[in-house]
Design a protein around this ligand. Structure first.
Ligand code: SF4
Length: 166
C-alpha cells in the first residue's frame, strides 16, 4: 500500500476543517493502492484545531528533543506530533508500507519544507515529525508537489508487484 496524507484525498481533517484535495491523487484513488492517514487525527487532535508549527522547522530535531512544536496560542504540542508519528509508524509496519505521498509544509507531513515556528507564513527547509520518523525507518517519502501522472503510475505498479511477491 502507498500511504497518503488523508487531506490530499479530500478528507476534511486539516486544522481549519478543510482538505487539500489533490486532483491527480484523487484521479488515481480508485487504484485501491492508497492508504489514507492523518497523523494529527491519530493523535486525537480535534478538527478544527489551532495551527501548529515546529520552532526552527525540523521534525528530526523535534524527535531528537532539540526543539519543540507550539500552536498559535503558544501551547506546546510536541507530544501530539510525536504520538501521531508513532501511530503512523505502527501502520507502516502492519501494512508493510515502503512509500508515502505526504502534504508539503505540514508540521507532521511536510516533506521538503515546513513553517519555521513564527506563524508568519515563512517556510524553511525541513520535514514534519511523521516524515522524519518514517524516513528513519526506511520509508521513501514524496510530497504531492513531486508527483506526476507518470511517477504515480510507476509507484502504483511497483506497489502491486511488491504485493504479489511478498
Ligand atoms: S496532519 Fe497531515 S494528513 Fe493531517 S491534515 Fe495535516 S497534512 Fe493533512
Amino acid at each position: 500500500m502507498i500511504l497518503v496524507s488523508a487531506c490530499l484525498l479530500g478528507h476534511k481533517v486539516k486544522y481549519n476543517g478543510g482538505s487539500n484535495a489533490n486532483e491527480l491523487l484523487l484521479r488515481y484513488s480508485e487504484s485501491g493502492r492508497f492508504l489514507p492517514v492523518c497523523p494529527e487525527c491519530l493523535a486525537m487532535l480535534p478538527v478544527p484545531r489551532l495551527p501548529m508549527e515546529i520552532v526552527g522547522g525540523s521534525g528530526a530535531q523535534l524527535l531528537a528533543g532539540h526543539t519543540r512544536a507550539v500552536d498559535a496560542n503558544g501551547m506546546e504540542t510536541s507530544s501530539y506530533l510525536i504520538d501521531g508519528a508513532q501511530k503512523v509508524l505502527a501502520m507502516v509496519k502492519a501494512y508493510h508500507v515502503r512509500v508515502a505521498i505526504f502534504k508539503e509544509g505540514s508540521p507532521s507531513c511536510g516533506v521538503h519544507k515546513t513553517h519555521d515556528g513564527s506563524f508568519t507564513g515563512r517556510k524553511v527547509k525541513g520535514s514534519g515529525v511523521t516524515t522524519a520518523l518514517l524516513r528513519r525507518n526506511g520509508v521513501k517519502i514524496y510530497s504531492e508537489k513531486d508527483m506526476t501522472a507518470r511517477r504515480l503510475e510507476a509507484l502504483i505498479q511497483e506497489d502491486l508487484r511488491f504485493d504479489q511477491i511478498s
